[in-house]
Design a protein around this ligand. Sequence first.
Ligand SMILES: N[C@@H](CCC(=O)N[C@@H](CS)C(=O)NCC(=O)O)C(=O)O
Length: 224
Amino acid sequence: MAEKGEDVKLLGFWASPFTRRVEMALKLKGVPYDYLEQDIVNKSPLLLQLNPVYKKVPVLVHKGKHIPESHLILEYIDQTWKQNPILPQDPYEKAMALFWAKFVDEQVGPVGFKAVVKAEKGIEVAIEEARELFTFLEKEVTGKDFFGGKTLGFLDMVAGSMIPFCIARSWEGMGIDMIPEDKFPELNRWIKNLKEVEIVRECIPPKEKQIEHMKKVAERIKSA
Ligand SMILES: N[C@@H](CCC(=O)N[C@@H](CS)C(=O)NCC(=O)O)C(=O)O
C-alpha cells in the first residue's frame, strides 16, 4: 500500500487531459502526492529542468526520479504501487490497451479536435472523419462497463481524460454533439459509467471553465 512519505510530486496543468489521467491513477492507487500547477506558456525552471526534451506536463517525480510522458507515468505508477491494477495482466490485453491509448492520443486528439476546429474540408467532413475514429472505440467498449472490463483501467483514464472531459467540451462550445447517443450508444454508456466513478469526478476540470479554455485553444489553432 502507499505510505506516508512516498515523496511523490506531480507537475501538471489543470486543463491538461495528460495530467488529469495521472491524477486519476494516483488517486485510484491511494498514493499521496504534492501537485505543482504549471504555467505551460511561461514554463518554470523546474519544468524545463525535469522535462528538457519535450518541456511538457505532466512530469511525475518519485524519490528524486522524474518521469515524463503520461503513458509511461501510468505504467510506472502501476508497477510501483501494485494495488488496484490499471493495466491488464495478460500480455495481449496489455498490448491492446497500449495500442488503443496511443490511438486516442495520436488520432482522436488531432483528428477529433484540431481538424474539426480547422475544418479545412468543411465542418461536415471533419465531423464524419472524427466519427469514423469513434466507431473503433464504440466496438472496443461494446458489452463492457469500462474499456478495462468491470473497473476503471489504463485506457479508461487515457480516453476518459481526452474525450468526454476535454475535447467533447470544445465541441459542445461549438454546438456540435460529436458522439450522439443513437450513433454511439456504447460510448455514451461508458461516459455515464465514468461519471459515476468518484475519483474520475474528483480529477476532471470544472466544465464551464474548461469550455472557455478550449475556446481559446481553438482560436489559437484557427489562427496558426
Ligand atoms: N505526449 C505527452 C503530451 C503532453 C502534453 O501535450 N502536454 C501539454 C499540456 S496539455 C503541454 O505541456 N504543452 C506545453 C507545450 O506544448 O509547450 C503526454 O502524454 O504526456
